[in-house]
Ligand binder design. Structure first.
Ligand SMILES: *Cc1c(COP(=O)(O)O)cnc(C)c1O
Length: 425
């Protein structure tokens, strides 16, 4: 791949792997923990970060490296860090930036796993999560930021509440306070939205979703935009003082302070790296990302419009629908489409929802979302079943809410399937 300025559809199939004469056309799975060097000075330079190369697959691996370069090119960042899962990508990001006594300021409308990590697990390590309502005005969010705030966090399109992020509002707040703005772009993907061009400093993905797209490989990715001014920034002393565990390296003086610290320190200490096989599957899957996101979006638009007029449906949440509360934000930040995720309310009780889901023949009941096959989930009777009615209401989960992840099947077949199942209600 010679030209990084190509359009995104070209990057999807070309970026990341540039084979030399006689090498395999698609990237090989480098199934090796370690790498051969016949020269001790070369190895010393590798350990001093003076020279690029692989030395142990707990920190970096050639197959994972191809996917890292590809996703970094798609997002327009300077480097990527492939992780074992989306959750480990978020954990490593927090560990790279925070220590006990620090805090993070985050939208409340986020993935359930991220909510648990922030509110429960990080708390045990002395890191406090301060939540804001994504639709709150800046005047309600800004007071949460103090000198120990290390980053502000939100999702481009939130899972499962389908809220669209107001980039302008959060980017302005973060810029004013000199604090990192981190965006989980899993459900939008760089095809529909590129957060680094909208003021974000770091982008995170669960590649287990659309990026792989086939429900085949678990993975996560952190992309460093490389533009944030760490040098001399009093909010980030750990980037401006020598790291004694890394020969006195000062991260703010490297080309990509966040990316270098994340890999050299946190990947070294945790080994939460993506496996070469999962990286390979994700490279193959992401070749068709641009095509798939277009189809997911067109299918979902058609289905949302149909359900919005269906007598057995009480409400539909899909940001591309003109009646949706986040329609204006979607038009501004996701002009190419809003992807395949939507939620809707069935006129009826929990039993009616169960009957509806059991009557579906194409869309299946799954906890996974965002792959080629359509699937549905009824949170009140599955993922959130331990919650009381009152707790459900607080979490924004109506008892009749059904989450639908629209796949790339024929839209008319999916509509016929939904109609047939609604008749059973
Ligand atoms: C699934 C998901 C995650 C977690 O990713 P895993 O790969 O399952 O660990 C994080 N954020 C969002 C928005 C997700 O949908």
């Amino acid at each position: 791949m010679k030209d990084e300025n190509c359009k995104i559809d070209t990057l999807c199939v070309q970026a990341g792997w540039d084979p030399q004469t006689g090498e395999s056309r698609i990237p090989p799975i480098v199934q090796s923990t370690t790498f051969f060097y016949g020269n001790s000075q070369v190895m010393a330079d590798l350990f001093d970060l003076k020279r690029e190369g692989f030395f142990y697959s707990r920190l970096a691996n050639p197959t994972v490296d191809v996917l890292e370069k590809k996703v970094a090119a798609l997002e327009g960042g300077v480097c990527g860090i492939g992780c074992a899962s989306g959750m480990s990508a978020i954990l490593l990001t927090a560990m790279t930036l925070c220590e006990a006594g620090d805090n993070i300021v985050t939208a409340g409308e986020i993935y359930g796993g991220t909510f648990n990590l922030f509110s429960t697990t990080l708390k045990k390590f002395g890191i406090e999560a301060r939540f804001f309502d994504a639709d709150a005005p800046a005047s309600k969010i800004e007071p949460l930021i103090d000198e120990r705030t290390k980053f502000v966090f939100a999702e481009t399109v939130s899972n499962p509440t389908i809220v669209v992020l107001d980039f302008g509002k959060l980017a302005a707040i973060c810029k004013k306070h000199g604090v990192l703005f981190i965006v989980d772009n899993t459900l939008a993907t760089p095809i529909l939205c590129r957060p680094l061009t909208l003021g974000a400093d770091i982008v995170i993905h669960s590649t287990s979703k659309y990026m792989d797209g086939h429900a085949a490989a678990l993975g996560g990715m952190i992309v460093d935009g490389g533009k944030f001014a760490f040098k001399g920034n009093k909010r980030y002393p750990a980037f401006n003082t020598p790291d004694e565990s890394y020969h006195g390296l000062v991260y703010a003086e490297t080309a990509a302070p966040f990316g270098v610290k994340c890999r050299a320190q946190m990947m070294r200490d945790t080994g939460a790296i993506m496996s070469p096989e999962n990286a390979f599957l994700t490279i193959l899957g992401s070749d068709t990302l641009a095509l798939r996101m277009e189809r997911h979006s067109r299918n979902a638009e058609k289905i949302a419009a149909h359900l919005a007029t269906h007598p057995k449906i009480e409400w539909v949440r899909y940001a591309a629908l003109p009646s949706d509360p986040h329609h204006a934000l979607a038009q501004k930040y996701l002009p190419k489409g809003t992807g395949g995720m939507m939620s809707f309310g069935i006129r009826g009780d929990v039993k009616a929802c169960a009957r509806f889901m059991e009557s579906l023949q194409i869309a299946t009941q799954e906890t996974h979302v965002a792959d080629v096959r359509s699937c549905v989930l009824h949170p009140a009777s599955t993922t959130h079943r331990q919650l009381t009615e009152e707790q459900l209401q607080k979490a924004g989960i109506a008892p009749n809410l059904v989450r639908l992840s629209v796949g790339i099947e024929d839209a008319d077949d999916l509509i016929a399937d939904l109609d047939r199942a609604l008749q059973a209600v």
